[in-house]
Structure formats: C-alpha cells, structure tokens
Ligand binder design. Structure first.
Ligand code: ZN
Length: 444
C-alpha cells in the first residue's frame, strides 16, 4: 500500500531562496510543509533513500535524502514524440533539416497508428524515468500529403496520452503546414483535431511558401478555439529569415502575449547583433516565450559552412536578459532530425550550459529554471513547484549541489508524480555501503 504521508529530511533544494537543507512533507499527493533546517539532521527513524528497493520506497513514510538534490518535475516544452526512435527506418545522410523532413515524409505512410502510438508511449515513459512530469509534443500532420495519414497521428497521440496518463502529462501542438491550395482541407482537419482534444496550434511558417499567410491562418484558428500557439520559428542559418518579426506583430494585435511560444530561433544567432537586439526587444514587449533546442540545432545547423561553422543555438543569454521567458527542451529523440537523446532534460540542460556559455554557479541555477519553472509557465501549468499546497511532483537526484548535477549527470534518480513514486533507480554513489550496481530503472 502506497504511503499517503511522506516526510523527507536533509533535502537540498537549489531553486529555493534560502541555501542549506530542508525538511519537506507531502500528504495525499500535495506538499504540506517546506522547512529550512539548522544544519544536517540525524534520525534513526528516517530511512536512507538509497537503501530502499522500489517497493519499500512506496511504503516508507520517513526518508533521509542525505543532502541529495530535489527539483520539481521537469517540463520538456518542445518534443516530437511521434517521430522518436524512427532512426532505424529513416536515416539522414547529409544531416540537414531538409533531408530529415524529406526522408521522414517518404517513410511516414508506412507507419501505422500502433507504431506511432507505441513510439510516443516509449518516449514519454523514458522522459518520465529521467524526471519529466509534463511534455509538450509537436505532431507531424502533413494534411496536403493525405488526411488519413495526418489523422492517424492525432489518434495515435491521443491513445498514447491515455496510456501514460497515470505517470506523465502530455500536451499536443500539431504542426499545421499551410499551403493555400489545401486551405479548406487543412482548416477542417485542424478544427476536428482541436475538438478531439488537441491542446494548441503549431506550425513552421518559415518553411511555408508564404510565412505571413501561414501565421495569419494559425492565429485565426487559435483565436477561434481559444488555444495557445507555439510555432517553430526561423530554424535556419539564414540571417534574413525573420518570421519572428511578423509573429510578434500578430501576438500583439491578437492579445496573445503569454500564450505564444517560438521554438528554435536559429537565424537570430546568425544575424547582426543590432538586428537581433531589435527582435529580442520586440519578443519581450509582445510577450512571446522562446524555447531553445540545443541538441537538434547543433546537429542540423551550419551544415553548409566550412571553417567558422554556425551552430544554430539561439541567443539564450540575451533573450533571458531582455526578459523573454526562455526554456530549454529536447526536440527530437533518435530520429533523422537528431540521432541521439533519450528524453533526459538534465542532459539538455548541460548542452544549454555549454552552448550558451552558462556555467557560473548562478548560471547553472538559471539553466535549471529553464528546465522547470520557466517551461511550466510557458505550458500554462498551474500550482507548479515545491511549495505548500501544490501537487507534489519532484525528482531526487544523486548529487549534492546544482553544479554536481551537470558534472555527474546522475543516473540514479527517484521520481514522484501524480500522488505516487513512479520510477526509481537504485545505484547510489553516496550509499556505497549498500550499492546495487546494475539495477535497472523500475517502472511502476
Ligand atoms: Zn521541433
């Protein structure tokens, strides 16, 4: 029987204002108290977490974290769960975005609903096992290539969400590709998808024949259904690609500040600084959030360059300093857009720290916010974070400082979400008196 009450002592909370260790309590899936300790507590009643098997953990009310780090559950605000693990079927010889799109499109008709559903489930559970509590996934829905194929992905996505709903939450933003020749089919399809339970409007206007018409169409749809909007924006090395400029105009005109997100923004890093500054200020003023996808941009961008190769990662520091909400996210997992990755947002945090030169102690805390509270705000999560009254959703990691998280990328994690422990791996670097090397992550 799962313990309804939980008390953890000697907890390190890097995102809390005060330094030091904390005692935290959870009752019936909600945080009840978060109290700062006067130094380390020694208690014979509290069991060291690293000594507990998964089943024991579920029934133990008093645990000792021995200084380990606890963060609120990660929020991965930009993924492509429907494409995850497709790499063995879809390769990308040139490593470019265009080849990835073309190759995926040529094989997509062979992916059944069950295949897509199972890939989403696998990717979502893998992400959950590393500590994510909420995912936002874009979906490939090329209506102009066939409505059935696009609808198959929507149905697969909704089924997958239901399957994993006891462990993790997912939002879906289909990437509607606007082509004026197919406007009616696209509008019908998009309306149906939104009525079926899709969460918002996505797209990639910079890939459309007419970006402004695409953006205008996306806003019309989002406003009609009162849904948020999240567009892939300027995923290009070309500094003259600036759909974000038009996007901001529509956000302002439609009163969409705080409900609009721009992913990638690669060209922002390639353009002249004064022009980038103008666009960043415009984003801050309009209330457009940004999501950086360092793994995929480092892989796909700059492929035509020799010598000083553009790496595509947007201006993370400048965006954040201008007051734009910036999150870091996974994007693709083991597919032609990105052959690596596993849904571990801590790994993406490390890449962000490298790519954006964010490595001072306070910078690392900023990066951790890009994986937690900032994407929680972008995705509209209510009552998020380790505070009394909020739902308890957290990940404990086998590290004793925020720096150590990125130094060690600890594989040992204990994850609690939806009123229960959902995953635990028991390989503690600090619990050497009771090591259990090789114990696999145990799903519930
Ligand atoms: Zn993407």
């Amino acid at each position: 029987m799962q313990s309804l009450h939980l008390e953890a002592i000697n907890v390190k909370l890097p995102l809390q204002e005060g330094d030091g260790l904390y005692t935290v309590t959870v009752n019936d899936g909600r945080w009840t108290t978060i109290e700062r300790q006067e130094g380390i507590l020694v208690s014979s009643e509290h069991v060291p977490i690293h000594s507990l098997e998964f089943d024991e953990l579920r029934t133990t009310a008093l645990i000792d974290l021995d200084g380990k780090v606890m963060l609120p559950g990660f929020v991965d605000a930009h993924m492509h769960l429907d494409k995850a693990y497709s790499l063995p079927w879809v390769r990308n010889r040139s490593g470019t975005l265009l080849e990835a799109i073309e190759n995926y499109r040529s094989v997509a008709p062979t992916f059944t609903k069950e295949i897509i559903r199972d890939r989403i489930v696998k990717a979502a559970l893998s992400s959950a096992s590393y500590g994510s509590a909420m995912l936002r996934s874009h979906l490939d829905v090329p209506v102009h290539l066939g409505r059935d194929m696009a609808m198959r992905t929507i149905e697969a996505a909704l089924e997958a969400r239901e399957i994993v709903s006891g462990t993790i939450d997912i939002q879906y933003f289909p990437m509607f590709f606007y082509d004026p020749a197919y406007e009616r089919e696209l509008s019908d399809f998009a309306s149906e998808a939104l009525r079926m339970g899709i969460d918002g409007v996505g797209g990639s206007p910079h890939l459309s024949p007419n970006p402004e018409t695409n953006i205008a169409w996306a806003f019309k749809l989002a406003q009609k259904f009162d849904k948020p909007i999240d567009l892939h924006s300027d995923e290009s090395d070309d500094p003259s690609t600036k759909t974000i400029d038009i996007y901001c105009d529509y956000v302002r005109a439609g009163g969409y500040g705080g409900r609009a997100t721009a992913g990638h923004l690669c060209s922002l890093s390639a353009m002249e600084h004064h022009e980038a500054e103008r666009l960043i200020a415009k984003m801050a003023d309009a209330g457009v959030a940004a999501v950086t996808l360092p793994a995929v941009n480092l892989y796909l961008q700059g492929r035509g360059d020799r010598g000083n190769v553009r790496r595509g990662v947007t201006r993370v520091r400048e965006l954040a300093e201008a007051g734009v909400a910036v999150a870091a996210a996974s994007d693709n997992i083991q597919d032609p857009f990105h052959p690596f990755g596993k849904g571990d947002l801590l790994q993406i945090g490390l890449m962000t720290a490298y790519a954006a030169h964010l490595a001072k102690e306070e910078d690392i805390v900023s990066v951790l916010r890009m994986l937690t509270s900032i994407p929680a705000g972008i995705t509209g999560l209510q009552n998020y974070g380790i505070a009394a009254g909020n739902p308890a959703s957290f990940v404990i990691m086998d590290a004793r400082s925020e720096e150590e998280l990125f130094q060690e990328l600890p594989s040992t994690r204990w994850i609690y979400n939806k009123s229960k422990w959902t995953f635990a791996s028991k390989l503690s670097r600090f619990g050497m008196e009771n090591p259990s090397f090789g114990t696999a992550i145990s799903p519930i």
